[in-house]
Design a binder for this molecule. Structure first.
Ligand code: HEM
Length: 429
């Protein structure tokens, strides 16, 4: 099949609205799981343990049907199955009813490199790597640190804040806007858009479509503006890049797709990780105290936060029938790459469901595995480290408050979205 072909038979139907309907309570997690279930969203770890013990690759008919591997080895093995498992549909939900059908090429560049398979994946990923090298990302250190201080200045005298909305959520969109070279005043709008694509939008196809149109409209106009008038920013760099790769075909549409990915993948992932880490510290006083007394443990603690609260589960679509260790996966089936569950596999991690702040052996897969391993991991680690360091310097004593209920986002990116916190006023500054 050529790259320009439209949806083939390997695709789940796009216009069947019943797929989006909630299917009632889950009765068996191995044959009927639902990633939108409240129990799964709030506390998935025991559910994964149950699934892993009973059957290493669970299945559900919900949301159009998908497979869910929960062991470290199965997830890593599936991550290597390219091109049998394609990334051109990374959300388990099918495209919203009414969405225009896309060619295979359009699907792949929609958010390349994460939605692309080789060869498109290879050169679109190469376009991004220099901007996210360990050395390049250090240039965002000062900006991120000042940002964290100014956010804390905004609420420190009140003795309370919403740690998800007023802190964790505010950092990644501003860093990304700063990096891309777009108006930082758009950061709040980015959060609304990300929620419309990956959060509420997963339950509401109309919202998802509307959001996608708005977000792509914004990116398109930013990209168009730089075609004839390049600036000193990442968007212009991507657009005018000369890549030494025989397949590279850098068009404005490709740059729109990459920017779409950076906004969507760079924001609620890191926001979720910062939020989960603060939630952990706010509910586990001994770990909070340890970090306050021993700030040098922070880089190791960040890896344990990433492992324990790994937020990202992306999907694949099978391009052919596959026998995976006796499991019959049919062409067109979706597979959830359950990196978070893999991070809790007892075969790989000692005492995996205990948070060990200075865990020594921690080869987690929170950033994925294989050719799609997170290209932004250096930036993510930098943002997490600075956000937690500045918070601990300014507010070493704090707790999660019950003045309103916590709210976690689930689906394919998990993290706190409402997180009331309180702390004594007049701590160290
Ligand atoms: C703690 C925060 C983050 C986590 C846990 C995370 C996790 C992941 C995971 C699991 C994947 C692999 C997805 C797959 O296999 O389909 C991925 C891919 C990716 N991430 Fe991240 N991510 C984070 C932050 C970021 C940031 C800040 C950026 C950039 C602004 C970013 C950019 C990317 C890109 C470009 C890819 C696609 C790489 C490829 O397909 O070759 N991520 N991320």
């Amino acid at each position: 099949m050529s790259e320009q072909d439209t949806y083939g038979s390997a695709d789940v139907p796009t216009h069947d609205a019943s797929i989006w309907a909630a299917g009632g309570p889950v009765t068996d997690w191995t044959t009927d799981y639902d990633i939108r279930d409240q129990e799964y969203i709030e506390n998935p770890v025991p559910i994964w343990a149950d699934m892993r013990a009973k059957c290493p690759v669970a299945h559900t008919e919900r949301l159009g049907g998908s497979w869910n591997p929960t062991s470290f080895d199965a997830v890593r093995e599936m991550a290597k199955m390219v091109p049998e498992l394609s990334s051109r549909q990374i959300l388990v939900m099918p495209p919203p009813p009414g969405a225009a059908e896309m060619s295979r090429y359009e699907q792949q560049i929609a958010a390349a490199p994460i939605t692309a398979d080789p060869p498109i994946h290879t050169w679109t990923r190469r376009m991004l790597l220099p901007a996210f090298s360990p050395k390049t990302v250090t240039q965002y250190e000062d900006y991120t640190e000042q940002l964290c201080h100014s956010l804390i200045d905004g609420f420190i005298e009140t003795g309370q804040c919403d740690g998800a909305e007023q802190y964790a959520q505010q950092i990644p969109p501003r860093v990304i806007a700063h990096m891309l070279g777009v108006d930082e005043g758009m950061a709040d709008q980015f959060v609304i858009w990300v929620n419309g694509v990956l959060g509420e939008g997963l339950h509401d196809p109309e919202l998802r479509m509307k959001t996608r149109d708005e977000l792509l409209g914004f990116i398109n106009s930013e990209v168009r503006a730089r075609i004839t008038d390049p600036r000193e920013d990442l968007l212009s760099e991507l657009l005018h890049m000369e890549l030494d790769h025989p397949d590279a075909d850098i068009t404005p549409e490709v740059v729109v797709g990459i920017t779409n990915l950076l906004i969507v993948a760079g924001i609620d992932t890191t926001w979720s990780s910062i939020g989960s880490a603060l939630w952990h510290l706010g509910t586990n006083p001994s770990d909070r105290q340890r970090l306050a007394n021993d700030p040098e443990v922070l880089p190791i603690a960040v890896e344990e936060f990433l492992r324990f609260y790994a937020p990202v589960t992306m999907a694949r679509i099978a391009e052919q029938d596959i026998d995976f260790h006796g499991v019959s996966i049919q062409r067109g089936d979706k597979i959830l790459m359950n990196f978070p569950a893999a991070c809790h596999d007892p075969e790989q991690f000692e005492d995996p469901d205990t948070f060990i702040i200075d865990r020594e052996r921690n080869r987690h897969v929170a950033f994925g595995s294989g050719i799609h391993r997170c290209a932004g991991s250096n930036l993510a680690r930098l943002e997490m480290t600075i956000a937690l360091r500045v918070w601990m310097e300014r507010i070493p004593e704090f707790e999660i408050s019950d003045r309103e209920p916590m709210k976690w986002a689930g689906g394919q990116v998990r993290g706190p979205r409402v997180m009331p916190m309180s702390f004594p006023v007049g701590q160290r500054r």
